[in-house]
Design a protein. Structure first.
Length: 42
């Protein structure tokens, strides 16, 4: 039971890490786009 439960836990951890990375990249790209828009306006 332990051997089959361990990979699942590791997969869920990797899934959470990937999700947090995707969210951070989306926020970063949106912030960069806003900066570029503001600089182009000026």
């Amino acid at each position: 039971m332990e051997s089959t439960n361990f990979p699942v836990r590791r997969l869920s951890l990797a899934y959470l890490l990937i999700r947090s990375n995707v969210a951070a990249s989306v926020v970063g790209t949106s912030l960069l786009c806003q900066l570029f828009l503001h600089s182009s306006d000026m």
